[in-house]
Design a protein around this ligand. Structure first.
Ligand code: GRF
Length: 222
């Protein structure tokens, strides 16, 4: 008997390249999941077109139309309830979710962040990494908790910072890493290998002492 296919809802705010990487991994047979809905808080998000082109139902819950975060999240929950996905995936979703929302979805809510957390939580991570003079940067996937960018880390993809790197060049290198990292973590989840117990990430039933690390062994700038 095969396990039921994981049903995923993806929340976006913009471009949607991580969404595309997830859809591509599913199409390539590398991720036994189905994206059942894509929800954007921004009506003009390019990722909505990507989703529609892939035949995925889309919805917009425009945060600007609600008086406060709680009202916005009630509308978001109503959209999510329509599909009742197994897993919520934040992919460039630029709204902070309340502690109540996060608690309701605890253990079933993932985010990707463009830095090696806990370094550079928040915005403008690439510029801040360059300004700090770090030799390594990257991306992290974590379970979402009420601490913004602070939830238990699952895996990271490290990329080198090169002499003369620009913000755009570094951002592009990290984005390629994100596109490899997120589908991999989702595949673990889809296979039932990943869970959150209290504040501990379990992979194959074992507590992770540190996030799983990936890095390129070859030059990926070609
Ligand atoms: C990514 O860098 C993601 O880590 C960050 O926002 C960006 C979204 O890119 N949170 P995209 O919309 O997936 O192309």
């Amino acid at each position: 008997m095969t396990a039921a296919t994981l049903r995923v809802a993806v929340l976006i705010s913009g471009r949607g390249s991580n969404l595309k990487a997830i859809l591509d991994a599913i199409a390539a047979g590398q991720l036994p999941a189905r994206v059942v809905q894509v929800i954007s808080n921004r009506p003009g998000a390019a990722g909505l077109q990507l989703a529609a082109a892939a035949g995925v139902p889309t919805a917009v819950v425009d945060h600007k139309r609600f008086a406060d975060r709680a009202a916005f999240e009630r509308a978001l929950e109503a959209q999510l309830a329509a599909e009742a996905a197994d897993l919520l995936v934040l992919a460039g979703f630029m709204r902070v979710l309340t502690a109540d929302f996060v608690a309701r979805h605890r253990g079933r809510l993932l985010n990707i962040h463009p830095s090696l957390l806990p370094a550079f939580a928040g915005l403008d991570t690439h510029a801040r990494a360059l300004a700090a003079g770090v030799s390594e940067h990257g991306a992290s996937v974590h379970f979402v908790t009420a601490a913004v960018d602070g939830g238990p880390l699952i895996a990271q993809f490290r990329v080198p910072v090169r002499p003369g790197d620009t913000e755009d060049g570094l951002a592009a290198r990290v984005l390629r890493a994100e596109h490899r990292l997120y589908p991999q973590v989702l595949a673990w989840y889809a296979a039932g290998r990943l869970a959150l117990r209290a504040d501990t990430v379990l992979l194959d039933g074992l507590a992770l002492a540190a996030p799983v690390q990936f890095a390129d062994t070859e030059d990926d700038d070609a």
